[in-house]
Design a protein around this ligand. Structure first.
Ligand code: GRG
Length: 295
C-alpha cells in the first residue's frame, strides 16, 4: 500500500474511533459534548494518533494490543491543548482547523470546560479500555500524565507565554519550549505505540527518541509556515509569531537556517527509526511528509 493510501486508511480508523469512544453530542449536557465534538470533528492532521497506530504495527503482531483507544485518547488530549491555547487568556485566536475556535463558536466557559473534559476523557479512556491489562493501562496513564503535565506540555506552554514579546530568548530556552510544548506529545505517541506493540524497553526508548527529533522538526516547520504561509492554507491564523514579537526558529536563525535545522532533526529521527525492527516504510515516509508539509 502506498503512503497516501495507508495514511488515509489510518486517519479513517482514528476518525471512526473518535466517533466510537467519545460521548455522542446529545449526551447531557449536550452543549458540552457538542463543543468537545465540534473541535474533534473539525479535521486536524491526526498525526499523533496515526503514529500510535503505525508504531504499534511495527512490532510483533502476536504481542500486540488494540491501539485504537489509546490513539483516540491522545487525539482528545492534543485537542484539549489546542482549545485552551486558543483562549483569550492564552494565544487569543479566532481560527483553528479552518473553523472558528471553540470559544468563538460557543463561549469561553464552554471552551474551557470542553478542554477540561477532553483531558479527563483521555485518561479515563486509557484506564477503562485497557482495564484487562492493568500494567499496560497504568504505564500508558503515567506516560500521558507526565507528557501532559507541569514539566512537559504545560511547562512548555508557561515558558512560551513568558517568552512572548521578548526578542532575547536564548536558543536553549527556545528548545526547552519546543521539546515540551510540541515534542512531548510526539514522544508520547511513539511510546504508547511501542507499549501497545509489545516492544522491548530498548526499542521503546529508541522510539521516544524518534518522537523527540520529529517533534523538534515538526515545530520548526510550524514556525516556518507561520512566517511564510497564508491563513487560508493553514486553517489557523498565519503571521502571529512576528506580530506577537515572539522568538522562534525563524526569528533566531532565518527561514533558511530554520529549514536546515528542521532537516537535521528529521534526518536524526529517520536514522534512529531505522534501528527498530519491522516494516518502517510508512513511518519513514511520514517523517518526510511532515517535514515537507505546507500546512
Ligand atoms: C494549553 C496546556 C496547553 C498547551 C498548549 C498545543 C499548544 C500547547 C499550543 C498550540 C500552539 C502550538 C504551536 C503548539 C505546538 C504544537 C503544535 C504545532 C500543535 C498543532 O498541532 P497540529 O499541527 O494540529 O498537529 P492539528 O490541528 O493538525 O491537529
Amino acid at each position: 500500500m502506498d503512503f497516501t493510501t495507508k495514511l488515509r486508511a489510518l486517519v479513517g480508523r482514528v476518525e471512526a474511533g473518535l466517533d466510537r469512544y467519545v460521548p455522542t453530542p446529545d449526551t447531557r449536557p449536550a452543549i458540552l459534548h457538542a463543543a468537545m465534538r465540534y473541535s474533534l470533528e473539525s479535521g486536524g492532521k491526526r498525526i499523533r494518533p496515526v503514529i500510535v497506530l503505525a508504531t504499534a504495527e511495527v512490532f510483533d503482531p502476536a504481542a500486540r494490543h488494540d491501539p485504537l483507544p489509546a490513539a483516540v485518547a491522545l487525539e482528545c488530549l492534543h485537542t484539549y491543548s489546542l482549545i485552551h491555547d486558543d483562549l483569550p487568556c492564552m494565544d487569543d485566536d479566532d481560527l483553528r482547523r479552518g473553523r472558528p475556535t471553540v470559544h468563538k463558536a460557543f463561549d469561553e466557559a464552554t471552551a474551557l470546560l470542553a478542554g477540561d473534559a477532553l483531558l479527563t476523557h483521555a485518561l479515563g479512556l486509557l484506564l477503562s479500555a485497557y482495564a484487562s491489562e492493568p500494567a499496560l493501562a497504568a504505564a500508558m496513564g503515567a506516560d500521558m500524565a507526565e507528557a501532559a503535565g507541569s514539566r512537559r506540555l504545560i511547562g512548555g506552554q508557561v515558558e512560551d507565554l513568558a517568552a512572548e514579546g521578548r526578542t532575547d530568548v536564548p536558543a536553549a530556552d527556545l528548545e526547552f519550549i519546543h521539546l515540551n510544548k510540541t515534542a512531548a506529545l510526539l514522544e508520547l505517541a511513539f511510546s504508547m505505540g511501542a507499549r501497545l506493540g509489545g516492544a522491548s524497553e530498548h526499542h521503546r526508548a529508541v522510539a521516544i527518541g524518534v518522537g523527540r527529533d520529529l517533534g523538534l522538526a515538526f515545530q520548526i516547520v510550524d514556525d516556518i509556515l507561520d512566517a511564510t504561509a497564508e491563513s487560508a492554507t493553514l486553517g489557523k491564523t498565519a503571521g502571529k509569531d512576528a506580530k506577537a514579537g515572539k522568538t522562534t526558529y525563524v526569528s533566531t536563525f532565518g527561514v533558511d537556517g530554520a529549514r536546515r535545522r528542521a532537516r537535521a532533526h528529521a534526518d536524526a529521527a529517520r536514522d534512529a527509526l531505522r534501528s527498530l525492527p519491522g516494516d518502517l516504510a510508512f513511518l519513514v515516509a511520514l517523517i518526510e511528509a511532515l517535514t515537507d508539509r505546507k500546512k
